[in-house]
Ligand binder design. Structure first.
Ligand SMILES: C[S@@+](CC[C@H](N)C(=O)[O-])C[C@H]1O[C@@H](n2cnc3c(N)ncnc32)[C@H](O)[C@@H]1O
Length: 267
């Protein structure tokens, strides 16, 4: 897998068009809604007893912005890309929320340098698929997550039902093989970033000794983001969003999305 410098360079180059690309893709918007709604659910569970939460791989700060607008809490955000961080800082300043926002250039595997603990740590949309030291990241999570804390993250999955159906219809066995193997070139604007995909069982095994799984949601099950724009806009209104949201919680679909959203607590 590429090192931090190369990954951060790709994301910085993609940063000026990143928000447009995401917002033009209906599946990405449905995925983001499920992610942010889940995060909001756990924020509410702390009943106002939260000061700051931590986001890993904040990108342009879109999720942090939604949270800071809705709740009276601050968000500490880390990301390895200067370009992404710069955009997030300007965006949050334009919304008058800079006093709640603390951006830092840091990799997911180095959280221990933060020297503080959070009740909620979250990471959305594949930021962790490009972390080359994944086991070190799991260790470093332990140093920032409170004993009663919640870890919420989405990560790209090796088994995606709609990708497999699409690839079979296209007679593209190579695409299926790559996904199952877990080494995939993911498009980010007009660039590609080398990513490591993880199956449901792999994630459970990696986290099992120190964390217990609370919930897992499938994201992008019926229409994964890559094929989203092949469908007319009206196709997604209401029906597809509702279907994706209801299937996200249902076994075995919750293990068969383009990504899986995991909620873990410390053991
Ligand atoms: C696909 S974007 C997701 C951004 C945002 N969470 C969203 O959903 O729009 C991934 C972000 O994670 C950052 N990133 C990638 N690898 C990282 C790592 N190892 N540690 C911290 N940030 C990372 C990238 O720079 C990029 O901004």
């Amino acid at each position: 897998m590429k090192d931090y410098f190369e990954v951060s360079d790709i994301f910085s180059k993609a940063s000026p068009v990143y928000d447009d690309k995401i917002s033009q893709n209906k599946t990405n918007l449905i995925i983001r809604d499920i992610e942010v709604n889940t995060l909001e659910h756990y924020i509410k569970e702390f009943n106002g007893n939260l000061d700051r939460i931590l986001e890993i791989g904040c990108g342009t700060g879109q999720e942090a912005l939604r949270i800071m607008k809705k709740f009276d809490i601050g968000v500490d955000c880390i990301d390895i890309s200067n370009g992404m961080l710069k955009i997030s800082v300007n965006k949050i300043k334009n919304h008058g929320l800079s006093d709640k926002f603390r951006p830092m250039r840091l990799a997911a595997s180095n959280l221990d340098v933060l020297k503080r603990r959070y009740k909620i740590v979250y990471s959305f949309n594949g930021a962790l698929n490009t972390e080359p030291q994944f086991k070190k990241f799991i260790k470093s999570i332990e140093s920032v997550l409170d004993d009663e804390g919640v870890l919420i993250f989405s990560i790209r999955n090796r088994y995606c039902i709609s990708d497999f159906i699409y690839s079979m219809l296209k007679f593209n066995g190579r695409r299926i093989k790559e996904r199952i193997k877990g080494d995939v070139q993911v498009p980010v604007a007009e660039f590609f970033v080398e990513s490591r995909y993880f199956s449901y069982n792999e994630i459970l095994n990696l986290f099992n000794s120190d964390f217990k799984l609370i919930r897992a949601y499938g994201l992008g099950i019926i229409i994964f983001p890559y094929i989203s724009n092949f469908f007319p806009n009206g196709f997604f209104d209401n029906f597809m969003g509702k279907l994706e949201k209801s299937l996200s919680k249902v076994f075995p679909f919750n293990m068969l999305g383009d990504e899986i959203l995991y909620v873990f607590k410390k053991r």
